[in-house]
Design a protein around this ligand. Structure first.
Ligand code: HEC
Length: 145
């Protein structure tokens, strides 16, 4: 997706490249030029965003307290806090969330993967960026940060 959108952005450059492809000296220089243009036009991405190919989602510096907990609080606590522990599941507090991170069901349910109950129940999925942030937090070791 990301590569595609970058390619589309550079479409006019690409067709220009085609016309000078025969002049072998120009091509490497031109590719360099496209590379630097891509950098300035926001097509550069770091490793975490590279995983998802979504420039619109800032997944850098995701923490439990700053990002993950507020998402769970807003969307999931209505059914999974200490009082409303539907399905016997409480997601209120890091220690309560961790087991569902470790058994894969937190991610499986919000990504609506086969074998997991789709969450939040009876609602549309979380915004894609929220899912990505939670996944990045998990990939970074699901720290209590
Ligand atoms: C409207 C109520 C409701 C909301 C909102 C809700 N859940 Fe659930 N959740 C349930 C119920 C009920 C179950 C147990 C029954 C089931 O598995 O379908 C459950 C089960 C789960 C499970 C276990 C799934 C499995 O397949 O093992 C996880 C993990 C979970 N919820 C996470 C979440 C997360 C994360 C959110 C917020 C993004 C959320 N839930 C929002 C009602 C809800």
């Amino acid at each position: 997706m990301e590569l595609l959108s970058c390619m589309l952005k550079n479409q006019t450059l690409d067709s220009f490249t085609m016309t000078i492809r025969s002049e072998s000296l120009f091509l490497p220089i031109f590719l360099l030029l496209i590379g630097s243009l891509s950098f300035h036009s926001g097509c550069y991405y770091d490793n975490e965003i590279d995983l998802y190919g979504d420039l619109g989602c800032d997944t850098v510096g995701v923490t439990y307290s700053g990002v993950v907990e507020p998402i769970l609080r807003n969307v999931c606590y209505s059914c999974h806090d200490e009082q409303n522990n539907f399905g016997g599941i409480t997601l209120e507090g890091y220690d309560k969330v961790l087991p569902f991170v470790q058994d894969g069901s937190l991610l499986g349910s919000i990504k609506r993967e086969d074998g997991y109950a789709p969450m939040p129940q009876n609602q549309g999925p979380l915004p894609e960026c929220d899912i990505q942030k939670i996944e990045v937090w998990i990939l970074d070791g699901a720290q209590d940060n």
